[in-house]
Ligand binder design. Sequence first.
Ligand SMILES: [Zn+2]
Length: 448
Amino acid sequence: MSRTTKIIISVVLVILFMSLGTMAVYNLSQSDDRMSQNDGSSDHSQNGDKDEAGNGDDKGKEDNKKQEEKAESEALEEANLLKAHYDYDGALAAISEEDSEAAKNLKAEIEKEKESLVEWNDPGKFSHLFFHSLIVDPKLAFESSQAQGYKNYMVTISEFNKIIEQLHKNNYVLVNFDDFVTVNDDQFVTFKGLKLPPNKKPLILSQDDVSYYEYMEGEGFASKLVLTKDNEIKNTYEDGGKKEVGDYDMVPLLDSFVKAHPDFSYHGAKGTLALTGYNGVLGYRTSISEYGDNDKTKKEIEEAKKVAKRLVETGWQMASHSWGHLNMTQASLDHIKRDNELWQQEVAPVIGKTSILIYPFGADIADWQDYTASNEKYEYLKSQGFAIYCNVDASTPSWGQLTDAYYRNARINIDGIRFNSVLSGETDILKNFFDTQSVYDANARNQN
Ligand SMILES: [Zn+2]
């Protein structure tokens, strides 16, 4: 059930309870009247009852009509939202029972749009950009002892917001792997592709190391992802000892942006979160091997599970980023095994099993040619359920490789290093995505 539907249902329930309440009060006052009139004037009382019963009937009809109209407008609203998310079949299903003029027009509009869709069935054409944690307070981050690292690998919230706005304006649409690739129970991979209107282009987004690592504490980043009372995912951010809850990193920022611009998301897709394990996940210190098998860790695990579940419900996919941020090009098979065992033990139970592996450092286990059975690292990772592999390659706007056993997809890093390479004229790889010059926060970056 979508959030909109939930809101609509709660509103209807509230109205229903309110009218029930009014009716109860009405009946009570009626019986009071009757009692007081019982001595002597029973005729008048009967007439009164009749009149009021008649009014009640009219009111009932009116209520019914109002409710029907309300249900219809809700169905139309739901259909319009699904249509904006390019979920045309879902939109048609939402108004299948409606036969008003407005519903008929909308159905015709959806059918027409469906006919014009263009198929994206080339595995090599799915661009993929990725980010790290966003900098909330550039002053803090860029004056810290790790300033250079942050400048190189991170972008600020203001830069991120501009990028998202431009990606949207440039007709990119967020898609998730499960929108166009299917991995079945036998680890067999099929490429479904997907359809978009003629001017739109699919785009995968991911964020690495969504751990809110210990080393980042107090340096101008959010501290964790939290589930609010309204069932939304937000960040906590400590601002000079004051704890704020809001949009302080990619997840809630994108959630809010997609809510305001549903046409930026295919079927509600947002992106993929790549998670290590050594500092826990999503800002929760869930690692038993690091933090001990105690009540505190257990509580962190329970909290993180709730957040992860809600993330998946709201368009986010999860990926392994290894437990210890392992360079898999350099690491031995044995090391990869030990690391992955820990990941499966400590991270998978919290965020759910995943078939996506996002290589730390972008360090792939082979060159660009197909993985083969003689690659023992690949054979092992495949046996562990991984079927979608992501490396880093900023030499081409999109790159993908498909066999019936895996889909490999290249990502472009969006960070200070990439900005500099574009601004120095070294590459124009980002030109179709956004204008780096207008995004780059020179003020914050060049102060120190
Ligand atoms: Zn990483």
